[in-house]
Write a protein that binds this ligand. Sequence first.
Ligand code: GAL
Length: 413
Amino acid sequence: MRIFLSFTLLVLLVFVLTPLAFADERVEIFSWWTGGGEEEGLLALLEFFSANYPDLELINATVAGGAGTNAKAVLKTRMVGGNPPDSFQVHGGAELIDTYVKTGLMQPITDFLQEWGIKDKFNQQILELCSYQGELYAIPVNVHRGNVLWYNKALLAQYDLEEPTNLYTFVTALKQLAEQGVTPLALGDKNKWTATHLFECIMVATLGATKYNGLWDGTTSFNDPGIREALVVFGEIINYVNEDHAALTWQDASERVFSGKAVFNVMGDWAEGYFKTMGWTPGQEFGWIAVPGTRGSFMVITDCFGLPKGAPNPDGAKAWLKTIASVEGQDIFNPIKGSIPSRLDADQELYDPYLTDSMHDFTTAALTPSIAHGSAAPEGFITALHDALNQFITERDVEQTLHRIKKAAADFL
Ligand code: GAL
């Protein structure tokens, strides 16, 4: 009998208690960072985390697809189904607040920053994007810039072109390049967000930052002529993209610039991280300017992580949040990722000439939240805009597309 009892106890220990103890030591961090540059940045951050918390087993849960094309749907299903990861990548702004905070799926973490004594160390406008009704719900690990025009320096010199500074000279440059038989602008809109990304940059150029920002608080009407103009210019610009654009991802498009098959690419500065992992040095092989016509504006994208309600290991999640909130963590991640820190006290020496430029512009330019990357508008609007632009690329019907965009605004904003 005694032997039987001891055996039962052993079974209990091995099969019931061990998994529980194990569960406590695991921390699952969910993101879509699998592409060149983004993966390297994430891995460096995970390594830093593991060095500080050797007892925690890190689960690097990724779902591939730029801008969260596939990850966002997987995450939503898990969150709604009561199976959240311990922490997950999410964009500050509407994506965090409307999708997860207002629906009651996140824990406020305002106290964490107070406990760690670092609330005043962050850019407050970025913290605002992570806050709702006075509470903080996520820690911003970085700030990306969306409105960047990248170019292959050797090709620009070969075709004897200057950096275009407004939409008009940009279109002229694209035309000249096309006449010489090279792909002027690389686009990879296999995932629809890249077309929206290009379009939102053009919108900032035609509307200006103030009117663009007014679209999200109702002070600018969607009847504003700047939107129509953006669509017309967008139509002109996409006349000069690679024919196989619908088969390519954002990385494929950036790679066209790297391999000398295209001169320009409009992409967020995660492309900078990608160029660097392929071996390019900023300012040597590639150059950058704000998308023509948007020089005084900074299209803001911020990657954040929070604490979902029901996270299996909230202490582990807290350790992760402390890591990404730390200046050391941010200084390890951002120089590789191609983003700048959300903290104000980063070590500027660690940032390359592109990122130094970005830091400067971030503090001086007007900030405009990105639509394509979840900050400006709720998911319903973004999906409708993706679809409208996608259809526009094949049909080129300005009036129909305008109608669709206005309807999306009326339905979702
Ligand atoms: C953005 C994200 C960036 C980068 C990019 C491409 O939405 O904020 O960190 O990962 O997608 O995947």
